[in-house]
Design a protein around this ligand. Structure first.
Ligand code: GDP
Ligand code: MG
Length: 670
């Protein structure tokens, strides 16, 4: 049978980086605690050993889901060896998990990571001495710089082949005594097997009754253990067995560290990270700094640079590609309809989406830098207090922010949330953030109806989305997710220089999805829309789109939108095609009103809408079901159709009510 290896360590200590180095895979790395939520598996390169990348944990106590998942995996699945990765720059805290793993009596290799940072800070860790003291291999590595990975692999083979297990740990006399006594209580009646009794003994002493899931104890045994623990607590004026055991572990670790680790004393005791944090998380400066960073990001994305690149792509499609292909086909005397399908349908449709590519790439690039450097963790920390009021926490911040770019990756980003109700709630609220694809809709209508105030009107859409999310959040908190009391314990990771390679890789990974969408969904969608509006119900080609299949469908659903102020068939089918991609709303309208160019379209909609119904239409577009790719992602991340359809229904219902209120209340005044 293939061997299995468990990769375990604290959050953010480089597990995934090491996992990628060992397996040659490309999992997501982020300077952000909690990046790995699900366990992932891969094969150790060149072998059939399976490596499982487990979620990051600080201890094997039974408090969080990750800790339980890891404990269960170690005890029930019994991997052949443990690879414990520890962050060398934070060795005391990391060893706290290590000593618990040692008690499991399993073959184990310890990779001391971030040695590049340790050395840069002028410190030293004597890994050879540590190996000698504990009796298992400690290997100094740098996962990021691929240093000593081969040694880790060699040691893995060695410990597995020799079934090499660690020496016992020696805690202080009282603790060791109590553990030994509990040990003899629990092994007495049980067959001696490969069960990790030292581990059970120390966990029972601690008062972690979760281990009772793994061993059967009689009531008599349990009361004897309680007596031993009560006896143990007598040594201190504070009878708290858990704290006493923790204290014993730390004392043991301090002793180890004293013998093997030297740290350079850097004057005021503040690291560079601490110094940056003094400014960036300062009580008065934190929010201004945050605002400036966000503003810069949005300016870069939606400001001159992003707009210039977008315009260039639009020109490429409209002025070069479309006429070029048209002329080419004409000269090959292709039939008129093929030319129209290719130029208006496909190039128009796909091009209409690809114009947003530069902006999306810039946004993802900025987010990658912020995330890799460690700033995102601070931003999440800052917004935590506010988000907590609506039942979320700082961890929802990133997905919500990404929602302004594109809902699909934003919904995926909610994976960093371990708490399931919080994660579901984030997924449900993120689509209310106005995504980039809705911008063309606002641009068209605001330009057509609100003249000098159009900037303000577009901005109001973003605010409307935010407000709706806040209100719906409060509603969900009271109804769907009542028991949700999300914990937010997030350690601030040290700032690190983002690796250009890793930033570019992250940006590309996310942008790629967008290009694929343009090439597949939008491509086929453009063909379908074109066919629907150029053929009538008897499947004959028609030049008058009011006779088309589209018109028939549109007239059927249009009455639903009458109370919202736009009961004609054209807006109705535009909204329908918006289900596939929001960008399609505008492109569908431009074909339906046979308007080529922005000016023609503007005058066309001016004849059909009023300022009030236009505003209601914008609000509906903002809030109704996200596009098909976002919907598919929601289905995948929520894990069931029930949730996905529920979300879609809630979104559309909300959109309808908000648009209805806008139109009906507005009608009283205008
Ligand atoms: P995980 O949460 O434990 O899976 O950690 P990741 O693999 O996502 O890495 C966390 C952060 O540590 C990322 O910013 C990595 O680039 C960084 N990192 C990983 N290994 C090293 C290393 O050897 N040296 C340094 N300086 N940084 C590292
Ligand atoms: Mg990870």
């Amino acid at each position: 049978m293939a061997k299995s290896l468990a990769l375990i360590g604290n959050p953010n200590c480089g597990k995934t980086t090491l996992f990628n180095a060992l397996t040659g895979s490309n999992q997501y790395v982020g300077n952000w605690a909690g990046v790995t939520v699900e366990k992932k598996t891969g094969k150790l390169t060149g072998t059939d050993y399976e490596i499982v990348d487990l979620p990051g944990i600080y201890s094997l106590s039974p408090y969080s889901l990750e800790e339980k998942v890891t404990q269960d995996f170690l005890i029930n699945d019994h991997p052949d060896a443990i690879i414990n990765i520890i962050d060398g720059t934070n060795i005391e805290r990391n060893l706290y998990l290590t000593v618990q793993l040692i008690e499991l009596n399993m073959p184990m290799v310890i990779a001391v990571n971030m040695m590049d940072d340790v050395e840069a800070q002028g410190g030293h860790i004597d890994c050879d001495y540590l190996s000698e003291l504990i009796g298992i291999p400690f290997i100094p590595i740098s996962a990021k710089k691929n240093k000593n990975i081969d040694k880790v692999v060699a040691e893995i083979h060695h410990v597995i082949n020799h079934q090499h297990i660690p020496c016992e740990i020696n805690y202080n006399r009282e603790t060791q005594n109590a553990i030994n006594r509990i040990y003899s209580v629990i092994v007495r009646n049980c067959e001696v097997s490969e069960k990790p009794y030292p581990y059970y003994a120390s966990k029972l002493l601690e008062g972690d009754f979760n281990v009772l899931n793994y061993i059967q104890l009689s009531d008599e045994q349990k009361s004897r253990i309680d007596a031993i623990a009560a006896d143990y607590e007598k040594q201190s004026p504070y009878p708290d067995r858990e704290a006493l055991v923790a204290d014993a572990r730390y004392t043991y670790i301090e002793e180890l560290v004293r013998k093997t680790v030297t740290k350079k004393d850097n004057g005021d005791g503040l690291s560079v990270s601490d110094k940056i944090d003094r400014i960036v998380t300062n009580r008065f400066l934190a929010f201004p700094v945050f605002a400036v960073i966000m503003l810069c990001m949005f300016l870069l994305t939606f400001g001159p640079v992003g707009t210039f690149l977008s315009d260039s792509i639009e020109k490429l499609f409209n002025d070069v590609l479309s006429p070029g292909v048209g002329r080419l086909l004409e000269s090959a005397s292709a039939p008129e309809w093929t030319i129209r399908l290719l130029t208006d349908g496909i190039i128009g449709g796909v091009g209409g989406v690809l114009v947003f590519l530069p902006q999306i790439a810039i946004l993802f690039f900025c987010l990658s830098i912020l995330e890799d450097s460690g700033y995102m963790a601070r931003a999440a920390f800052l917004t935590d207090k506010f988000l907590r009021k609506i039942g979320l926490s700082g961890k929802s911040f990133i997905p919500m922010l990404m929602g302004f770019g594109c809902t699909t990756p934003a919904v995926m980003a909610a994976r960093t949330q371990e708490n399931i109700s919080e994660r579901r709630m984030t997924i449900m609220l993120t689509p209310f953030m106005s995504c980039g694809a809705k911008l063309p809709i606002y641009a068209l209508f605001a330009g057509a109806f609100f003249g000098a105030y159009q900037g303000f009107v577009v901005f109001s859409m973003y605010i409307l989305g935010l407000l709706t999310a806040i209100i719906m959040g409060a509603v969900f908190k009271k109804t769907l997710f009542k028991k949700n009391n999300a914990e937010f314990i997030m350690e601030l990771p040290p700032y690190r220089m983002p690796l250009p390679g890793s930033v570019l890789k992250n940006t590309w990974e996310k942008t790629k999805g967008f290009i694929v969408k343009a090439g597949t969904v939008i491509f086929s969608m453009s063909v379908v829309i074109w066919l629907l509006q150029n053929f009538d119900l008897s499947l004959h080609m028609t030049v008058d789109s009011s006779e088309s299949i589209f018109a028939a469908i549109g007239s059927f659903i249009a009455p639903i939108f009458k109370p919202l102020g736009f009961g004609q068939w054209q807006p109705a089918v535009s909204l329908l095609s918006g289900l596939v991609a929001k960008e399609a709303v505008v492109s569908t309208m431009s074909v339906l009103y046979s308007a080529s160019g922005t000016a023609a379209l503007t005058s066309a909609v001016s004849g059909v809408f009023t300022p009030l119904s236009a505003y209601a239409f914008m609000a509906f577009s903002l809030l109704y079901v996200p596009c098909i790719s976002a919907f598919a992602t929601i289905k995948r991340e929520m894990g069931s159709w029930k949730w996905a359809l529920g979300v879609a229904a809630i979104q559309t219902g909300t959109a309808y009510i908000v648009a209805l209120l806008i139109y009906q209340i507005g009608s009283l005044f205008v």
